[in-house]
Design a protein around this ligand. Structure first.
Ligand SMILES: Cc1cc2nc3c(=O)[nH]c(=O)nc-3n(C[C@H](O)[C@H](O)[C@H](O)COP(=O)(O)O)c2cc1C
Length: 353
């Protein structure tokens, strides 16, 4: 059997294969609620054979959304709708995962397919916050610098959101600490110019994200698989880089994080980045080797043999696919046929493969 389709055990949970759905915003919620779009979108990828299906970024507060139409998990009322999704995924023998996030200074924007950039308050926008009062770029709103009290409140909001995710039946929770959103803004010297204990040096810049994980670990059951998505580098001189990522991941491992989802970039418009197939795999490989933690590779991985080669070379433990899963929700069924000669398709679909 291929490695891609061999099971992976994390804690007491067996995940049937190693091709997982990467988190992808759908910008289709009202007041943070899931609806039929989310059930069909995520459910289809579970029917398509993914071992784990992750929701898009779910915001810990209304101000933690990217657009007013983001998914949310800031109130108990959100749990019921999410339960419908976790229940359906379980019936497909698929692990349900949710990404939990705060957008920080990159929030209050329109949906990508709409014209323009920031949303004004009349149209559902809000004032953005960040570790320091520095806008992302010339078109972005200037964020308000967080006070220590506000930082403490955000740590609790992350943990409460994670608890709600557990109550909704998610077996895996990923904390979004990548792509220039709030946690990454604390990590990166580009966006964090604080001089208190939440900034100043690497230890200080890591404090907020690590406090978030500590608080989550206090109130979420140990059985829940905990992932962190990082941007392994800012691709900017004197920014966040792979060496700092390795130090950060060592701390995450100590706190009981199970796997690092290795992405990159997003914290500066000056980033020098030329995405090509496997471009983020070296980050996964290096973190896996240096930290001794499970890793996921993501980014322009589209072919079954390409995915299998990454796993065979021990450069990652799992493969996240993003856009390829939007193009083809049944990618794993065909990939399994390519690699193992059989599909593992649901009974209802067997006659088509
Ligand atoms: C429509 C869309 C929405 C995305 N939303 C998120 C998100 O909510 N959280 C996140 O961490 N990454 C998000 N991403 C990034 C993807 O998860 C993935 O890392 C990226 O697309 C690279 O992988 P790919 O080449 O397989 O698409 C999004 C990407 C796309 C295309």
């Amino acid at each position: 059997m291929s490695i891609l389709f061999s099971p992976l055990e994390i804690k007491e949970i067996e995940i049937k294969n190693r091709c997982w759905v990467s988190p992808m915003c759908q910008y289709s919620s009202e007041d943070g609620f899931v609806n039929d779009w989310h059930l069909v979108h995520l459910g289809t990828r579970a029917v398509g054979g993914a071992g784990l299906v992750m929701t898009e970024a779910a915001a810990i507060s209304p101000e933690g959304r990217i657009s007013p139409n983001d998914l949310g998990i800031w109130k108990d009322d959100h749990i019921e709708g999410l339960k419908k999704i976790t229940k359906f995924l379980k019936l497909q023998n698929c692990i349900s995962a949710i990404q939990i996030a705060h957008s920080g200074r990159k929030g209050s924007t329109k949906r990508p397919w709409e014209d323009g950039y920031s949303v004004d308050k009349k149209n559902g926008g809000w004032d953005v916050i960040a570790p320091s009062s520095i806008p992302f770029d010339g078109k972005s709103s200037t964020p308000k610098e967080l006070s220590k009290n506000e930082i403490n409140e955000l740590i609790i909001k992350f943990a409460d959101a994670a608890k709600r995710a557990e109550l909704a039946g998610f077996e895996c929770i990923e904390i979004h600490m990548a792509h220039g959103y709030l946690a990454h803004e604390f990590l990166s010297p580009i966006s964090n110019k604080r001089t208190d204990e939440y900034g100043n040096n690497l230890k200080g810049r890591m404090k907020f994200p690590l406090d978030v994980i500590k608080e989550i670990r206090k109130i979420v059951s140990d059985k829940v698989i905990l992932l962190v998505r990082i941007s392994a580098t800012d691709y900017v001189e004197n920014g966040w880089d792979l060496d700092q990522s390795i130090e950060f991941c060592k701390e995450l491992k100590e706190l009981g994080v199970d796997l690092i989802d290795c992405s990159s970039g997003g914290s500066s418009p000056l980033q020098k980045l030329n995405p090509k197939p496997n471009y983020q795999v070296p980050f996964s490989a290096e973190i896996k080797k240096e930290v001794g933690i499970k890793t996921g590779a993501v980014g322009l991985i589209t072919n079954s043999h390409q995915a299998e080669e990454i796993l065979k070379a021990n450069l990652a433990d799992v493969i996240f696919l993003g856009r390829e899963f939007l193009r083809n929700p049944y990618w794993p069924l065909k990939a399994k046929k390519d690699l193992d000669g059989e599909t593992g398709a649901p009974d209802q679909y067997i006659r088509s493969f």
